[in-house]
Design a protein around this ligand. Structure first.
Ligand SMILES: Cc1ncc(COP(=O)(O)O)c(C=O)c1O
Length: 356
């Protein structure tokens, strides 16, 4: 069976280039094939063999004891918090981390407080982290520290292993576990040229999203020590995150983990090509220099806001995402090839031509 997304015909030329997110990636043909033939069971009853396999493969890839398949990375992060901290305790994280900017609404029902500390390129200020860990006996106890790599809001920046090691050592010295939001862990691993486990060894639990650059249609895995994963499994049921014959989806996840990581270097190269071209294009437009697959384009000098730019680019056949008032976010992924990058730059050029 040939799926619509795989067509590379003249028709595809008419489609807009979609740089809004790497979550738009469709399953590969190999994923569909594995989904069609996956042995399945009931993951809420006595288990699903393909889910079990995915959990074991993911845990091994991240160097952890056990894994838990969940519907989304948001749920993986939430379970890490629930399983490792109590009500009225705090979770410390960098102030632009996804868990803070987009997920901390969870506090309204977990009763956990999120303490954001300032950072640079997604890396927490270690002095501020030290203060938060120290406490004074009067403030909330810090029960969990969270990091993120690659860092979504920091334009795909990758934390250095030295930074991660320092955070882990500081937290461990106080008996505080560290969670890693590794939604794009494989991108970070490719950028650092190390195995994912070499990064994940600097944390106790780690979440990995299967549905971004790795192209699975949905799903994430939380990995960590047996006791934490067992607790998370119980919380997952409470949240309604236990799915039945979900081996069908786990099969795509297996393909994502075992096969799709290697090609991410291509996305990183194309993001860099895009960034270089935009930085040369117009003095009033500047782009971040990506370590991975995310480029933010700063338009604050252009006299137009990000909504106006994204509307104009859309008319020129390029989909981007406003990221605040003065920035656009462009993310490369499997459906973007070299010619698409050229067309994307042409679209930017045509809009920039209208600038004063
Ligand atoms: C760094 C990071 N963490 C977590 C998430 C949440 O992932 P999901 O959409 O699977 O819940 C995202 C989604 O964009 C993300 O970028």
């Amino acid at each position: 069976m040939v799926h619509q997304h795989e067509t590379n015909s003249a028709d595809a030329e008419l489609l807009p280039i979609d740089l809004r997110s790497d979550t738009v990636t469709k399953p590969t043909e190999a994923m569909y094939a594995r989904m069609a033939s996956a042995p399945i069971g009931d993951d809420g009853l006595d288990g699903d063999p393909t889910v079990r396999e995915l959990e074991a493969v993911a845990a091994a890839a991240m160097g952890k004891d056990a894994g838990l398949f969940v519907p989304s990375c948001t749920m993986a992060n939430l379970l890490a918090a629930l399983a490792q901290s109590q009500r009225s305790e705090q979770i410390v994280l960098e102030s632009t981390a996804h868990m803070y900017t987009s997920e901390r609404g969870a506090a309204t029902f977990t009763g956990q407080f999120y303490l954001a500390v300032a950072g640079t390129a997604g890396a927490m200020d270690l002095n501020l982290l030290q203060d938060a860990l120290q406490g004074d006996g009067l403030k909330l106890r810090t029960a969990l520290v969270a990091m993120e790599t690659s860092h979504n809001n920091a334009s795909g920046a990758v934390l250095s292993l030295e930074h991660m090691q320092a955070v882990h050592a500081m937290a461990s010295a106080r008996g505080v576990p560290v969670h890693l939001d590794g939604a794009r862990l494989f991108n970070a691993a490719i950028a650092l040229e190390v195995a994912p486990a070499q990064i994940a060894k600097h944390c106790d639990t780690v979440s990995l999203c299967l549905s971004k650059g790795l192209s699975a249609p949905a799903g994430a895995v939380l990995a960590g020590p047996h006791a934490v994963i067992d607790r998370s499994r119980r919380f997952r049921r409470m949240l309604g995150g236990t799915q039945r014959q979900i081996g069908i989806l786990a099969a795509a996840g297996l393909e994502a983990i075992q096969v799709m990581g290697a090609r991410l270097a291509e996305d990183h190269r194309r993001a860099r090509t895009l960034s270089d071209a935009l930085n040369e294009m117009h003095p009033k437009v500047s782009a971040t220099i990506p370590q991975t697959n995310i480029v933010q384009v700063d338009l604050s000098l252009s006299g137009r806001d990000s909504a106006a730019w994204s509307g104009a680019l859309e008319s020129a056949g390029l989909r981007t995402r406003p990221w605040g008032r003065h920035r656009l976010r462009c993310v490369t992924h499997r459906h973007i090839d070299d010619a698409d990058i050229e067309r994307a730059v042409m679209a930017f050029r045509s809009v920039a031509a209208g600038l004063a």
